[in-house]
Design a protein around this ligand. Structure first.
Ligand SMILES: Cc1ncc(COP(=O)(O)O)c(C=O)c1O
Length: 457
C-alpha cells in the first residue's frame, strides 16, 4: 500500500472526501519539509528583498482618532456601569439598543424569498428604480424638474459618498472651486470637499450667545462670496447645532443665492428624522428646485431608514435641461468608475422595495415618526430635568433645536468634567446625541450638566 494511511481509499470514500484528499495531497508538496528536500529553487534566498528588521513604513506617524468616532473608542474602554455614549450619531431605542426597522426586516425577507434575484454588478450609476424613487423622495413626486427629465441621480455610498462624488464632479466641471460651508458643520465636510480639490471657506451660521441662527452673519458672508461659489446647505436638522432657518429665512437665503448665482449643494442626511415628516424636512431643497434653478443634493438613508452600515445614498443634480442632465450623468460615471466602479446592491434593493410598495412606505413613515417623536420627547425630558434642578442658564434651546443633536453650549472643560466624573461621552464641542438618551438616563445626564455648570464653570 502506498500513500499515507490517513487518506481514505478511493473506492470507499464520497466525492467530497476524494476532493479533500486530493487537496491534501496537493498541499503536501508545498510543505516546508517537502520544499527542503525537493525543489530548492523556490525557497527564498536569505538576502532577496530583505530590508532587515525595519519596515518600509517605519516613517508613518500615528494618525489622530476621528473626533466623532474617537468618542466611542474612549467609551468602549470605560468599565463604569453608568457610562453613557452621547457622541454617536445613531438612533437607539429606549433600552439603548440599535434598531432595525420593521420595514427593513420585511423588505429583506422579500428579497431573500425572491429566488430570481442575482448578485450581478449594478451599473456604474446604481439601481435604476432606487435612483428614480430617491429623486422623488427628496424633490417631491410632482417636481417639475423630474417631469422635465432634467435631474440626474446616481446611487452612491451613503451621504458621505454622495457628497464626495458631487464634489469631485464640481472640481472637474464647475468653473468656481470655492465651497462655503457653515460654521460649525459636520466635521467631515471640510475633508470631503478639500480632498476632492475644492477650496473650503466658511460662512457664519451659529450664534453662541443666542444658541440660535446667526442669520445676519450668514447673509453678510454669502453676500460677500464670489459670484458662482458653491454653498453647502444642511437640508434640515443642521449637524451639530440642531438650528435650522425658518421657512421665511430659507426664502431670503434662496433669493440672495440666486441673485449672486451661488450654487446650492444640499446635504440631506436627516430627511424625515427631524420633524417626523418626509415632505416637511425636504422643503428647503424643494424651494430651491421650484424656482427653476440648478442645485445638487446628497441623500443618506443611514438615519431615516437605519441603514447606517449598508452605505446607501444618492446624489441628484438638478440641471436646466434634460440634455445637460444627460451629459452631467455621463461625467458622473467617469468620476465613479475609477473610484469604486459601481455601488453595492443590497442596501439600494431594500430602499427601492420600500419606496415602491405603498404599504411598506406607509409603515416606514409611521416608524420614522416614532423615532423622531422619541427624540423630541427626550428634549422635553432633559429640559424639564434641568429646570427642576434649578440648573443656572436658559436651556430652552434644548427644545427649540431639531434633529438628532443638541448643541448644549457646554464648553470643553465642562465636557471633560462630565466624562471624568459621570462617565458621559460626547464631542468636546458640547454636542450630544438625543437619540442616545432614554427616560432612565436623562436624570444622570441632568445631574452631570448641573454639576458641570455649577462646579466646573
Ligand atoms: C450632516 C451630515 N452629512 C452627512 C453625513 C453622512 O452620513 P453617512 O455617510 O453615514 O450617510 C452625516 C452623518 O452623520 C451628517 O451628519
Amino acid at each position: 500500500m502506498h500513500g499515507r494511511n490517513t487518506s481514505p481509499s478511493p473506492s470507499s470514500s464520497s466525492p467530497t472526501d476524494r476532493r479533500l484528499s486530493a487537496l491534501a495531497r496537493h498541499l503536501e508538496g508545498s510543505s516546508p519539509t517537502a520544499m527542503a528536500s525537493g525543489n530548492q529553487s523556490i525557497a527564498a534566498a536569505p538576502t532577496s528583498g530583505s530590508t532587515g528588521s525595519r519596515s518600509v513604513f517605519d516613517h508613518v506617524v500615528q494618525g489622530p482618532e476621528d473626533a466623532i468616532l474617537g468618542v466611542t473608542v474612549a467609551y468602549n474602554k470605560d468599565s463604569s456601569p453608568v457610562k453613557l455614549n452621547l457622541g454617536v450619531g445613531a438612533y437607539r431605542t429606549e433600552e439603548g439598543k440599535p434598531l432595525v426597522l420593521n420595514v427593513v426586516r420585511k423588505s429583506e425577507q422579500m428579497l431573500v424569498n425572491d429566488s430570481s434575484r442575482v448578485k450581478e454588478y449594478l451599473p456604474i450609476v446604481g439601481l435604476a428604480d432606487f435612483n428614480k424613487l430617491s429623486a422623488k423622495l427628496i424633490l417631491g413626486a410632482d417636481s417639475p424638474a423630474i417631469q422635465e427629465n432634467r435631474v440626474t441621480t446616481v446611487q452612491c455610498l451613503s451621504g458621505t459618498g454622495s457628497l464626495r462624488v458631487g464634489a469631485e464632479f464640481l472640481a472637474r466641471h464647475y468653473h468656481e472651486h470655492t465651497i462655503y460651508i457653515p460654521l460649525p458643520t459636520w466635521g467631515n465636510h471640510p475633508k470631503v470637499f478639500g480632498l476632492a480639490g475644492l477650496s473650503v471657506k466658511t460662512y457664519r451660521y451659529y450664534n453662541p450667545a443666542t444658541r440660535g441662527l446667526d442669520f445676519e452673519g450668514l447673509l453678510e458672508d454669502l453676500s460677500s462670496a464670489p459670484s458662482g461659489a458653491i454653498v453647502l446647505l444642511h437640508a434640515c436638522a443642521h449637524n451639530p447645532t440642531g438650528v435650522d432657518p425658518t421657512t421665511q429665512q430659507w426664502q431670503q437665503i434662496r433669493q440672495l443665492m440666486r441673485s449672486k448665482a451661488l450654487l446650492p449643494f444640499f446635504d440631506s442626511a436627516y430627511q424625515g428624522f427631524a420633524s417626523g415628516n418626509l415632505d416637511q424636512d425636504a422643503l428647503s431643497v424643494r424651494m430651491f428646485v421650484n424656482d427653476g434653478g440648478e442645485c445638487l443634493a446628497a441623500q443618506s438613508y443611514a438615519k431615516n431608514l437605519g441603514l447606517y452600515g449598508e452605505r446607501v445614498g444618492a446624489l441628484s443634480i438638478v440641471c436646466k435641461t434634460a440634455d445637460v442632465a444627460g451629459r452631467v450623468e455621463s461625467q458622473l460615471k467617469l468620476v465613479i468608475r475609477p473610484m469604486y466602479s459601481n455601488p453595492p446592491l443590497h442596501g439600494a434593493s431594500i430602499v427601492a422595495t420600500i419606496l415602491k410598495d405603498r404599504a411598506l412606505f406607509e409603515e416606514w413613515t409611521i416608524e420614522l415618526k416614532a423615532m423622531a417623536d422619541r427624540i423630541i420627547s427626550m428634549r422635553h425630558q432633559l429640559f424639564d430635568a434641568l429646570r427642576s434642578r434649578g440648573t443656572p442658564g436658559d436651556w430652552s434651546h434644548i427644545i427649540k433645536q431639531i434633529g438628532m443633536f443638541t448643541f448644549t453650549g457646554l464648553n470643553s472643560d465642562q465636557v471633560a468634567f462630565m466624562t471624568k466624573e459621570y462617565h458621559i461621552y460626547m464631542t468636546s464641542d458640547g454636542r450630544i446625541s438625543m437619540a442616545g438618551l432614554s427616560l432612565r438616563t436623562v436624570p444622570h445626564l441632568a445631574d452631570a450638566i448641573h454639576a458641570a455648570v455649577t462646579r466646573a464653570a
